[in-house]
Design a protein around this ligand. Structure first.
Ligand SMILES: C[S@@+](CC[C@H](N)C(=O)[O-])C[C@H]1O[C@@H](n2cnc3c(N)ncnc32)[C@H](O)[C@@H]1O
Length: 278
C-alpha cells in the first residue's frame, strides 16, 4: 500500500500519510475510513468495464469448475462478479480494506455467488495461497500497490505452470509527454512505463505475453468518473465543512481533469500472460 516515500495510492488518487515520515506536514493526510467510504459509493474503484473484463477473460483457456482464481486488490468486486458470472471455478477476492470486503461479500450473496466467490481481507505482498495452487491471478487497477515488476515476480510462484495472470496497469502511450502530467505521475507512481517496456518486464519475469490492449476511454469516463460525481455530492453533503473530505474530493476531481487534458499520453492497459515454465 505504501511506497518508499510513504505515498499511499487508492485508485489514481494519491496522498501522503504524514505519520509515515518525519517531514513537515506539507502534503495532505487522509483518513482511511473516509477514503473507503468515498469509494464505497461507486460500483468500482478504478477504470474498467464489464466488457473489458470479458475481453481479457477471452484470452484465457483451460478454466474448469475446479479452477482456483484470485482477484488481488478486488475492491468491492465490480470486476470479480463479472468474472464469476462468465468463468467456472472458485474465486477469492483479496483486499486491504475490510469495508470493501464486506461490500464484496454482500454483492456476492446478492448474486447468489457466495458458494464460489469469497472476499478476504489481506495484503497482496503476503498472499495466503500455496505455491503452484492458482490457475489464474486477476488484478484490475491494483498491481501498482505492490509495483508492476514486483507483483509479476512475486505472484508468479502461486500460479500453476500453464496458469495465467491478467492485470491492468497504467502506462505511457508515448515516449515523451508534457511536463505537468509527467510530474504528476513521477510523484504518484514513478514506475509507470511504456507498453513495450511493460511487455518486456512480463517476459523477463517468466511469462509468455499473450495479449495486451488499451482500455477504451469510457472505462474512465462512464465507468469511473461519472459514478464519482454522485459519490462526491453524497460525500460532501454528509461531511459539510470537513477539510479532509473536501481535499479528497478536490484531488479526485484533479485526477479527472488531468485525464481529460492528457488522455492521449497515458491510460490503462490490460496485460494477459501465461506462466510457461516451473
Ligand atoms: C484502484 S482500486 C481497484 C479496485 C478494483 N480492482 C477495481 O478495479 O474496481 C485498488 C485496490 O487495491 C486495494 N489495495 C491497496 N493496497 C493493497 C494491498 N497491499 N493489498 C491488497 N489490496 C490493496 C485498495 O484497497 C483498492 O481496493
Amino acid at each position: 500500500m505504501y511506497n518508499d516515500d510513504g505515498i499511499v495510492m487508492l485508485s489514481r488518487v494519491y496522498y501522503i500519510h504524514k505519520e509515515m515520515s518525519n517531514e513537515n506536514k506539507t502534503i495532505h493526510e487522509f483518513d482511511f475510513n473516509l477514503i473507503c467510504e468515498y469509494f464505497l459509493n461507486t460500483e468500482r474503484q478504478g477504470p474498467g468495464s464489464p466488457e473489458v473484463t470479458l475481453k481479457a477473460l477471452g484470452f484465457i483457456d483451460n478454466l474448469t469448475d475446479q479452477s482456483l482464481i484470485a482477484d488481488l486488490g478486488c475492491g468491492t468486486g465490480g470486476q470479480t462478479m463479472v468474472l464469476a458470472q462468465h468463468a467456472p471455478g472458485h474465486i477469492t477476492g483479496l483486499d486491504f480494506f475490510p469495508g470493501f470486503i464486506d461490500r464484496f461479500n454482500s454483492n456476492a450473496r446478492g448474486l447468489n455467488l457466495q458458494d464460489r466467490v469469497k472476499g478476504i481481507v489481506g495484503s497482496m505482498d503476503n498472499l495466503p495461497f500455496g505455491e503452484g495452487e492458482l490457475d489464474l491471478i486477476w488484478s484490475e487497477g491494483a498491481i501498482y500497490n505492490i509495483g508492476f515488476e514486483r507483483g509479476l515476480n512475486e505472484w508468479r510462484k502461486y500460479l500453476k505452470t500453464g496458469g495465467y495472470i491478467a492485470v491492468s496497469e497504467s502506462a505511457w502511450f508515448t515516449e515523451e509527454r508534457p511536463a505537468e502530467i509527467h510530474d504528476f505521475w513521477m510523484e504518484a507512481y514513478p514506475q509507470i512505463d511504456t507498453i513495450p517496456n511493460q511487455v518486456a518486464l512480463i517476459q523477463k519475469a517468466g511469462y509468455l505475453p499473450v495479449a495486451s490492449f488499451i482500455l477504451p476511454e469510457i472505462c474512465w469516463t462512464e465507468h469511473y468518473f461519472a459514478p464519482l460525481v454522485k459519490a462526491r455530492e453524497k460525500f460532501l453533503a454528509k461531511y459539510p465543512g470537513n477539510k479532509t473530505a473536501e481535499e479528497l474530493v478536490a484531488m479526485s476531481h484533479h485526477e479527472e481533469e488531468l485525464y481529460r487534458k492528457y488522455k492521449e499520453f497515458y491510460g490503462y492497459v490490460f496485460y494477459i500472460a501465461k506462466k510457461i515454465t516451473l
